[in-house]
Design a protein around this ligand. Sequence first.
Ligand code: SAM
Length: 275
Amino acid sequence: MDLWFTEKQTHGAGLTLKVRETLLRERTPFQELVILDTEQYGRMLVLDGMIQTAVGDEFIYHEMITHVAMFTHPRPRRVVVIGGGDGGVVREVLKHPTVEKVVLVEIDGRVIEACRTYLPEIAACLDDPRVEIRVEDGIRHVKEHQDAYDVAIVDSTEPVGAAVGLFSPNFYADIHDCLTDDGILVAQTESPFYNQDLIKRSYAAISALFPVTRVYLAAIPTYPSGLWSFTLGSKQEDPLEVEPQPVPEFRTRYYTTKLHHAAFCLPRFVQELLV
Ligand code: SAM
């Protein structure tokens, strides 16, 4: 008999995947943590029934949430990743030779441990000497670190449980203060099909703080609706005004220097959310 996993994404839509094996299932102090091996997308992390990252398409999200901000900042040296316990964003940040320190602030240590064991290709760089892992609440961390980072990447779960506060105006204000005077914030802001109100609220809160605020999109098959948004707030540089200059050894599978700009070309229904 075949085994199938369904992520119920809205009251009326979901994604169903054929499961080869359930590799791990446990309740951590924060959430239900499951690692599945699926036919279509390989091994994946599922938290509270929501797909977080899958070997088959993780490169899209991790490249697009990281490289747009990292190539927009003139010289990113200190980076903070809020959430991101699977290690994918850290792996991408370290592709930039200017980076001296990446601080990963993940509230649930079991996510880090499980991804090291079952998703080693995503958690590949967590032992890099430039990485500092802090198992704590990102909300508290940004309050306690002023003027500390060039880039802040909010790679959080959906706005439920411990992540609710990561989508609040107060959190964005604290992030603003933890960034240097040319700092850049980028946050994953969910699906333009299913989470329009969240995108509107996040954009309003971030644009009230950052003189340059833009939304860009990427196609991510394992995420709800397959279309995903990111909101970038910048104190100085405009991502549309910079020409990314990758080093020769820089490798990606989704991000390109042309897509760096094209991703900001929004469909009309998304543009209309931002007025
Ligand atoms: N790429 C995924 C997405 O877009 O939904 C997110 C992946 S990452 C695994 C999300 C992480 O955020 C989880 O491991 C979760 O434990 C962490 N998280 C949630 N709330 C947090 C908080 N307040 N502080 C730090 N980490 C948090």
